[in-house]
Design a protein around this ligand. Sequence first.
Ligand code: AMP
Ligand code: ZN
Length: 478
Amino acid sequence: MCLVKLKVTNTLTGKKEYFEPLIPGFVRMYVCGPTPYDHTHIGHARTYIVFDLVRRYLEYLGYTVFHVMNITDIDDKIIRRAKELGVDWRDVPEKYTREFIDVLVKLNIKMPHVMPKVTEHIDDIIEFIQDLIRKGYAYESHGSVYFEVDKFPEYGKLSKRRVSEEWRQEEEFLREKKKPYDFALWKKAKPGEPWWNSPWGPGRPGWHIECSVMSSKYLGPQFDIHGGGQDLIFPHHENEIAQSEARFGITPWVKYWLHVGYLTIKGEKMSKSLGNIIPVYEVLEKYKPEVLRLYLLSSYYRSPMDFTWEGLEHTKTLFNRLVKVVDGSKKILLDEKPPHKLSSTIRAHVNKIVKLKRMFFESLSDDFNMAKAMPYLHELISFSMKKLDSEPSYALALTIYSALKELNEVLGVLDKYFYGAKEVEEKLRRIVEAVVSVRHEFRMKKQYDVSDKIRDALAKVGVKLYDFKDRTTWVIEY
Ligand code: AMP
Ligand code: ZN
């Protein structure tokens, strides 16, 4: 229970504001998904873990969160990568989306309710662009379509940039555009590149349009939270606002804009282009996913976070202590008898745990500030370890156990220690795995009637399948 009202820092207004969704009790959240052309690295993981914290904390507060995240499965980088590897361009997003979903599952990131792909929304994109042309915000030129920035006077309100002739978006098309800062909504096909038919001839969507299209398709023309890493503020999110507010005429299109600071390494942004990425799978060869998750959660999300292996090692110690406290309190609950009366010392200890838990959650109500919350977690663990050892008491163990269970609703690192007999769960996973692999054989033989039946039956019991060309990934939805 947290009695302090949630405040969030909104990139759009530059202020910390009280959080009030457009529909009371119901939060619509769109997070920009990855462009899957390479391994998922721990910089990506930071951003998606942060939005998982946002979702979990809102749910903890009692909100229903409807969460959508796109997959950019066609893009310049994907085409380039496929050329480098000499493979069909579709194989690139196929492979790395699979890896990305595996990472989400391993890091206990709650699955978005919808994960739309660009290539499955081409008709919606064309319709959106046609409407922008009709409304006078976009123009066709040489088989491509551009957004006319001068037609949208509020352009720059998110990134606080002023439009200037110096800006050059989509530089290679300068000669086709009215102004150098206009940006592409639809790109004319180049020889050898993937294309789709459109009223302007064969081509493919620009990057920014997909998020305006897919967010509005699933969340409506106005919603509550939109987010991503801070590099998306300009031009991506600025352009999304222009497209969406131009089409729907609703301001603000999104109420709260949340941006995650970079995960850096030796002070530099972790990114493929700088050649300093650490893929998630590499860290997971050495550390449990819970440790990586807790580590990436532990700072204030808007600030940069500099990755170090020592930091990860410290988090490992913290995680082991957390597990020790859960196991220790569980053992006392089994060994000790519930008391008839609480001594004043135990009552004081119980109060202290309850207060630390409350302080932890109140820190999260201050813009999801985990840096502020972590000291309370540390203190809760140290205090619990000491007292469980020196004064084993049923009431205290129960308070500690319940407090950590509640904290875990947002931390998401102790599920194994709280929920269900591990052996039963393991057996269940193996049963699902067996069913999914039999279904896979039907799919490969194109016996879709059977494979669809199995998929639907699994969906009914909360097992969601994600089909790829040569494999199926699954998750159990709670
Ligand atoms: P991309 O696939 O490059 O579009 O990235 C997917 C998401 O991860 C975007 O929201 C990026 O802003 C975010 N991201 C990429 N690199 C980092 C990083 N080093 N730190 C934090 N977020 C990142
Ligand atoms: Zn986006």
